[in-house]
Design a protein. Sequence first.
Length: 373
Amino acid sequence: MKNSLPCELVRDLFPSYIDDLTSDVTNILLEEHVKECEKCREILGRMQETTEGIIRFEEKKEIDFLRKTKKINKKKIWGSIIGTIAFIVIVYFLATYVIGYATAHDNIKCEVVSVEGRKLVVSAECRNPEYVISKASFRWIPNDKEVEVAFKTVKRSPLYEEKREFSYMAPTEFEEVCVGGRLQPTIWFEGNSISMEAGELYDVRNPYIGQAFANSLIADALEITERFGVFSNELQTSEEPYEWKIILQEEIPSGKREEKEQEMRFCGYLMLASVENAGLVTFEYESEGKEYSVTITSEEASEYMGRNIKDCYQDAQLLQELLEKTGLKFEHKSIRMRAKKVISPAYEKEILRQLKEYEQVSGTSILPKEDSQ
Protein backbone atom coordinates (compact mmCIF):
# COMPACT_ATOMS: atom_id res chain seq x y z
CA MET A 1 0.00 0.00 0.00
CA LYS A 2 1.38 3.32 -1.01
CA ASN A 3 2.37 5.54 1.91
CA SER A 4 -0.06 8.48 2.00
CA LEU A 5 2.03 10.84 4.15
CA PRO A 6 2.86 14.10 2.37
CA CYS A 7 6.60 14.73 1.79
CA GLU A 8 6.52 18.11 3.55
CA LEU A 9 5.22 16.51 6.75
CA VAL A 10 7.77 13.72 6.54
CA ARG A 11 10.64 16.15 6.01
CA ASP A 12 9.46 18.26 8.96
CA LEU A 13 9.70 15.15 11.15
CA PHE A 14 13.24 14.25 9.99
CA PRO A 15 15.10 16.28 12.72
CA SER A 16 13.06 14.62 15.44
CA TYR A 17 13.51 11.24 13.78
CA ILE A 18 17.29 11.68 13.57
CA ASP A 19 17.41 12.72 17.27
CA ASP A 20 15.30 9.63 18.11
CA LEU A 21 12.46 11.76 19.48
CA THR A 22 9.62 10.26 17.43
CA SER A 23 7.42 7.37 18.52
CA ASP A 24 7.65 3.83 17.16
CA VAL A 25 4.45 4.25 15.08
CA THR A 26 5.77 7.49 13.53
CA ASN A 27 9.11 5.82 12.83
CA ILE A 28 7.38 2.98 10.92
CA LEU A 29 5.37 5.43 8.79
CA LEU A 30 8.44 7.60 8.07
CA GLU A 31 10.60 4.63 7.14
CA GLU A 32 7.91 3.25 4.81
CA HIS A 33 7.64 6.65 3.12
CA VAL A 34 11.41 6.96 2.72
CA LYS A 35 11.57 3.51 1.08
CA GLU A 36 9.07 4.59 -1.56
CA CYS A 37 10.17 8.27 -1.96
CA GLU A 38 13.63 8.69 -3.47
CA LYS A 39 13.70 12.48 -2.94
CA CYS A 40 12.89 12.20 0.79
CA ARG A 41 15.40 9.34 1.12
CA GLU A 42 18.10 11.56 -0.38
CA ILE A 43 17.26 14.50 1.92
CA LEU A 44 17.24 12.22 5.00
CA GLY A 45 20.64 10.82 4.02
CA ARG A 46 22.16 14.29 3.70
CA MET A 47 20.65 15.34 7.03
CA GLN A 48 22.00 12.22 8.76
CA GLU A 49 25.53 12.81 7.33
CA THR A 50 25.45 16.43 8.49
CA THR A 51 24.21 15.43 11.93
CA GLU A 52 26.88 12.76 12.28
CA GLY A 53 29.52 15.31 11.30
CA ILE A 54 28.24 17.75 13.85
CA ILE A 55 28.18 15.01 16.49
CA ARG A 56 31.73 13.97 15.63
CA PHE A 57 32.85 17.60 15.78
CA GLU A 58 31.15 18.15 19.11
CA GLU A 59 32.56 14.91 20.45
CA LYS A 60 36.04 15.86 19.30
CA LYS A 61 35.60 19.30 20.77
CA GLU A 62 34.46 17.77 24.07
CA ILE A 63 37.34 15.28 24.06
CA ASP A 64 39.82 18.07 23.36
CA PHE A 65 38.32 20.09 26.19
CA LEU A 66 38.56 17.15 28.56
CA ARG A 67 42.15 16.50 27.54
CA LYS A 68 43.00 20.14 28.01
CA THR A 69 41.23 20.22 31.40
CA LYS A 70 43.00 17.04 32.46
CA LYS A 71 46.33 18.48 31.42
CA ILE A 72 45.65 21.70 33.35
CA ASN A 73 44.51 19.73 36.42
CA LYS A 74 47.60 17.55 36.21
CA LYS A 75 49.77 20.66 36.14
CA LYS A 76 47.88 22.07 39.11
CA ILE A 77 48.27 18.82 41.06
CA TRP A 78 51.98 18.59 40.34
CA GLY A 79 52.33 22.27 41.12
CA SER A 80 50.61 21.73 44.48
CA ILE A 81 52.79 18.70 45.24
CA ILE A 82 55.99 20.51 44.31
CA GLY A 83 54.86 23.61 46.23
CA THR A 84 54.08 21.54 49.33
CA ILE A 85 57.43 19.73 49.15
CA ALA A 86 59.24 23.04 48.65
CA PHE A 87 57.39 24.55 51.63
CA ILE A 88 58.28 21.57 53.85
CA VAL A 89 61.92 21.74 52.73
CA ILE A 90 62.08 25.48 53.42
CA VAL A 91 60.45 25.10 56.85
CA TYR A 92 62.78 22.20 57.70
CA PHE A 93 65.82 24.17 56.52
CA LEU A 94 64.83 27.25 58.52
CA ALA A 95 64.04 25.24 61.65
CA THR A 96 67.12 23.03 61.40
CA TYR A 97 69.77 25.44 60.13
CA VAL A 98 68.53 29.00 60.81
CA ILE A 99 65.98 29.33 63.66
CA GLY A 100 66.59 26.19 65.72
CA TYR A 101 64.94 24.62 68.74
CA ALA A 102 65.13 25.30 72.47
CA THR A 103 67.75 23.09 74.09
CA ALA A 104 68.40 21.77 77.60
CA HIS A 105 70.89 23.81 79.60
CA ASP A 106 73.29 20.90 80.05
CA ASN A 107 73.70 20.67 76.26
CA ILE A 108 75.26 24.13 76.44
CA LYS A 109 78.59 25.33 77.78
CA CYS A 110 77.91 28.87 78.93
CA GLU A 111 79.96 31.36 80.93
CA VAL A 112 79.78 35.01 81.84
CA VAL A 113 82.33 37.08 79.92
CA SER A 114 81.72 40.39 81.68
CA VAL A 115 79.29 42.29 83.87
CA GLU A 116 79.47 46.09 83.75
CA GLY A 117 76.67 47.67 85.71
CA ARG A 118 73.47 46.59 83.98
CA LYS A 119 75.22 45.13 80.92
CA LEU A 120 75.76 41.38 80.76
CA VAL A 121 77.88 39.55 78.16
CA VAL A 122 77.87 35.75 77.99
CA SER A 123 79.63 33.31 75.69
CA ALA A 124 78.15 29.96 74.79
CA GLU A 125 78.76 26.91 72.65
CA CYS A 126 77.14 23.49 72.20
CA ARG A 127 78.68 20.49 73.87
CA ASN A 128 77.53 18.43 70.89
CA PRO A 129 79.88 19.27 67.98
CA GLU A 130 77.09 18.59 65.45
CA TYR A 131 75.16 21.68 66.63
CA VAL A 132 75.76 25.39 67.06
CA ILE A 133 73.83 28.09 68.91
CA SER A 134 71.46 30.16 66.79
CA LYS A 135 69.87 32.44 69.36
CA ALA A 136 70.00 33.50 72.99
CA SER A 137 66.98 34.96 74.78
CA PHE A 138 67.16 36.81 78.11
CA ARG A 139 64.48 37.12 80.79
CA TRP A 140 64.57 39.59 83.66
CA ILE A 141 63.27 38.31 87.02
CA PRO A 142 62.92 41.48 89.13
CA ASN A 143 62.05 39.88 92.50
CA ASP A 144 65.29 37.89 92.52
CA LYS A 145 67.38 40.50 90.67
CA GLU A 146 68.18 37.68 88.32
CA VAL A 147 68.80 37.32 84.59
CA GLU A 148 67.82 34.04 82.95
CA VAL A 149 69.30 33.14 79.57
CA ALA A 150 68.03 30.36 77.30
CA PHE A 151 69.37 29.12 73.98
CA LYS A 152 68.23 27.70 70.67
CA THR A 153 70.47 25.40 68.63
CA VAL A 154 70.65 24.39 64.98
CA LYS A 155 72.58 21.85 62.99
CA ARG A 156 76.12 23.03 62.35
CA SER A 157 76.12 25.46 59.43
CA PRO A 158 78.28 28.31 58.10
CA LEU A 159 75.61 30.78 59.24
CA TYR A 160 76.78 30.64 62.87
CA GLU A 161 80.12 30.44 64.62
CA GLU A 162 80.95 27.56 66.93
CA LYS A 163 81.30 29.84 69.97
CA ARG A 164 79.22 33.00 70.19
CA GLU A 165 78.83 35.97 72.49
CA PHE A 166 75.51 37.57 73.42
CA SER A 167 74.81 40.75 75.36
CA TYR A 168 71.87 42.00 77.39
CA MET A 169 71.04 45.26 79.15
CA ALA A 170 69.06 44.56 82.32
CA PRO A 171 66.56 47.13 83.67
CA THR A 172 68.65 47.44 86.86
CA GLU A 173 71.81 45.92 88.29
CA PHE A 174 71.47 42.20 89.00
CA GLU A 175 72.90 39.69 91.46
CA GLU A 176 72.55 36.39 89.66
CA VAL A 177 72.67 34.90 86.16
CA CYS A 178 71.27 31.46 85.42
CA VAL A 179 70.71 29.30 82.35
CA GLY A 180 67.01 28.60 81.79
CA GLY A 181 65.46 25.17 82.15
CA ARG A 182 63.50 22.99 84.56
CA LEU A 183 66.45 23.15 86.97
CA GLN A 184 68.27 26.40 86.32
CA PRO A 185 72.00 26.32 87.07
CA THR A 186 73.50 29.56 88.30
CA ILE A 187 76.56 30.63 86.28
CA TRP A 188 77.23 33.97 87.99
CA PHE A 189 76.43 35.03 91.55
CA GLU A 190 77.28 38.29 93.30
CA GLY A 191 80.30 39.04 91.16
CA ASN A 192 81.67 35.50 90.74
CA SER A 193 81.45 33.23 87.71
CA ILE A 194 80.33 29.68 88.43
CA SER A 195 80.51 26.58 86.23
CA MET A 196 77.20 25.14 85.10
CA GLU A 197 77.93 21.91 86.98
CA ALA A 198 78.50 23.78 90.25
CA GLY A 199 75.54 26.05 89.52
CA GLU A 200 73.19 23.13 89.01
CA LEU A 201 74.36 21.49 92.23
CA TYR A 202 74.08 24.77 94.15
CA ASP A 203 70.52 25.30 92.93
CA VAL A 204 69.32 21.90 94.21
CA ARG A 205 70.85 22.15 97.70
CA ASN A 206 68.77 20.53 100.39
CA PRO A 207 68.64 21.77 104.03
CA TYR A 208 67.01 18.56 105.33
CA ILE A 209 68.33 15.09 104.64
CA GLY A 210 64.80 13.71 105.11
CA GLN A 211 63.69 15.35 101.84
CA ALA A 212 64.12 12.23 99.68
CA PHE A 213 63.05 13.83 96.44
CA ALA A 214 65.37 16.80 96.94
CA ASN A 215 68.17 14.31 97.61
CA SER A 216 67.41 12.64 94.29
CA LEU A 217 67.94 15.97 92.51
CA ILE A 218 71.40 16.20 94.07
CA ALA A 219 72.20 12.63 93.01
CA ASP A 220 70.94 13.49 89.55
CA ALA A 221 73.11 16.62 89.34
CA LEU A 222 76.14 14.53 90.36
CA GLU A 223 75.21 11.88 87.76
CA ILE A 224 75.33 9.07 90.32
CA THR A 225 73.48 6.70 88.00
CA GLU A 226 75.89 7.39 85.14
CA ARG A 227 78.88 6.83 87.43
CA PHE A 228 77.81 3.73 89.37
CA GLY A 229 74.62 2.38 87.79
CA VAL A 230 71.16 1.91 89.30
CA PHE A 231 70.98 2.48 93.05
CA SER A 232 68.56 2.76 95.97
CA ASN A 233 68.61 5.10 98.98
CA GLU A 234 68.37 4.64 102.72
CA LEU A 235 68.12 7.62 105.06
CA GLN A 236 68.95 7.54 108.75
CA THR A 237 67.24 10.54 110.36
CA SER A 238 66.48 9.26 113.87
CA GLU A 239 69.72 10.51 115.44
CA GLU A 240 72.81 12.50 114.55
CA PRO A 241 74.94 12.20 112.56
CA TYR A 242 72.23 11.89 109.93
CA GLU A 243 73.23 9.51 107.16
CA TRP A 244 72.50 9.20 103.45
CA LYS A 245 73.22 5.69 102.23
CA ILE A 246 73.59 4.85 98.53
CA ILE A 247 73.15 1.12 97.80
CA LEU A 248 74.47 0.20 94.36
CA GLN A 249 72.60 -2.50 92.46
CA GLU A 250 75.38 -3.36 90.04
CA GLU A 251 78.66 -5.05 90.89
CA ILE A 252 81.92 -3.16 90.48
CA PRO A 253 84.75 -5.11 88.79
CA SER A 254 87.64 -5.78 91.16
CA GLY A 255 90.04 -3.97 88.85
CA LYS A 256 88.02 -0.76 89.17
CA ARG A 257 87.37 -0.82 92.91
CA GLU A 258 90.07 1.69 93.84
CA GLU A 259 89.08 4.12 91.09
CA LYS A 260 85.37 3.88 91.90
CA GLU A 261 85.88 4.20 95.65
CA GLN A 262 87.81 7.42 95.10
CA GLU A 263 84.97 8.67 92.90
CA MET A 264 82.52 7.73 95.69
CA ARG A 265 84.50 9.82 98.15
CA PHE A 266 84.51 12.83 95.84
CA CYS A 267 80.73 12.48 95.31
CA GLY A 268 80.31 12.08 99.07
CA TYR A 269 82.16 15.36 99.74
CA LEU A 270 79.82 17.17 97.34
CA MET A 271 76.73 15.46 98.77
CA LEU A 272 77.71 16.52 102.30
CA ALA A 273 78.28 20.04 101.00
CA SER A 274 74.83 20.08 99.38
CA VAL A 275 72.73 18.65 102.26
CA GLU A 276 73.05 21.04 105.17
CA ASN A 277 72.29 18.67 108.05
CA ALA A 278 73.88 15.51 106.58
CA GLY A 279 76.75 14.10 108.66
CA LEU A 280 77.55 10.87 106.83
CA VAL A 281 77.37 9.54 103.29
CA THR A 282 77.84 5.81 102.75
CA PHE A 283 78.16 3.85 99.51
CA GLU A 284 77.49 0.12 99.65
CA TYR A 285 78.36 -2.16 96.75
CA GLU A 286 79.38 -5.68 95.78
CA SER A 287 82.45 -6.88 93.91
CA GLU A 288 82.99 -10.53 92.99
CA GLY A 289 80.31 -11.62 95.45
CA LYS A 290 81.72 -9.70 98.42
CA GLU A 291 80.08 -6.71 100.10
CA TYR A 292 82.00 -3.45 100.58
CA SER A 293 81.17 -0.01 101.90
CA VAL A 294 82.73 3.45 101.76
CA THR A 295 81.70 5.97 104.43
CA ILE A 296 82.52 9.66 104.15
CA THR A 297 82.14 11.90 107.21
CA SER A 298 81.72 15.65 107.41
CA GLU A 299 85.08 15.80 109.22
CA GLU A 300 86.83 13.99 106.36
CA ALA A 301 85.15 16.24 103.79
CA SER A 302 86.11 19.36 105.77
CA GLU A 303 89.71 18.17 105.98
CA TYR A 304 89.76 17.61 102.22
CA MET A 305 88.25 21.06 101.58
CA GLY A 306 90.53 22.80 104.07
CA ARG A 307 87.56 24.43 105.82
CA ASN A 308 84.13 23.51 107.14
CA ILE A 309 82.41 21.58 104.36
CA LYS A 310 79.10 23.23 105.28
CA ASP A 311 80.49 26.61 104.22
CA CYS A 312 79.96 25.39 100.64
CA TYR A 313 76.24 25.17 101.32
CA GLN A 314 76.00 28.96 101.59
CA ASP A 315 78.58 29.93 98.97
CA ALA A 316 78.36 28.89 95.32
CA GLN A 317 81.96 29.93 94.73
CA LEU A 318 83.21 27.59 97.47
CA LEU A 319 81.08 24.78 96.06
CA GLN A 320 82.71 25.35 92.70
CA GLU A 321 86.17 25.27 94.27
CA LEU A 322 85.31 21.91 95.85
CA LEU A 323 83.99 20.58 92.56
CA GLU A 324 87.12 21.71 90.72
CA LYS A 325 89.34 20.15 93.40
CA THR A 326 87.67 16.74 93.01
CA GLY A 327 88.14 16.85 89.24
CA LEU A 328 84.90 14.96 88.65
CA LYS A 329 83.92 14.69 84.99
CA PHE A 330 80.34 14.96 83.77
CA GLU A 331 78.61 13.32 80.82
CA HIS A 332 76.15 16.23 80.58
CA LYS A 333 73.14 14.13 79.75
CA SER A 334 69.87 16.05 79.68
CA ILE A 335 68.18 16.25 83.08
CA ARG A 336 64.91 15.36 81.40
CA MET A 337 66.50 12.26 79.82
CA ARG A 338 68.18 11.23 83.06
CA ALA A 339 64.93 11.64 84.96
CA LYS A 340 63.14 9.30 82.58
CA LYS A 341 65.23 6.45 83.95
CA VAL A 342 63.66 6.69 87.37
CA ILE A 343 60.59 8.93 86.99
CA SER A 344 57.53 7.97 84.98
CA PRO A 345 55.80 10.81 83.10
CA ALA A 346 52.65 9.85 85.00
CA TYR A 347 54.25 11.22 88.17
CA GLU A 348 55.26 14.60 86.71
CA LYS A 349 52.45 16.51 88.43
CA GLU A 350 53.27 14.85 91.73
CA ILE A 351 56.94 15.69 91.27
CA LEU A 352 56.13 19.35 90.64
CA ARG A 353 53.94 19.38 93.74
CA GLN A 354 56.81 17.98 95.80
CA LEU A 355 59.18 20.53 94.32
CA LYS A 356 56.85 23.35 95.32
CA GLU A 357 56.59 21.96 98.85
CA TYR A 358 60.36 21.73 98.98
CA GLU A 359 60.68 25.36 97.85
CA GLN A 360 58.29 26.48 100.62
CA VAL A 361 60.11 24.51 103.33
CA SER A 362 63.66 25.26 102.25
CA GLY A 363 63.21 28.77 100.89
CA THR A 364 65.26 27.70 97.86
CA SER A 365 63.90 28.48 94.39
CA ILE A 366 64.55 25.69 91.88
CA LEU A 367 61.54 26.00 89.57
CA PRO A 368 61.08 28.63 86.84
CA LYS A 369 58.54 31.27 87.80
CA GLU A 370 55.83 29.92 85.48
CA ASP A 371 56.05 26.47 87.15
CA SER A 372 56.17 27.68 90.75
CA GLN A 373 53.06 29.87 90.50
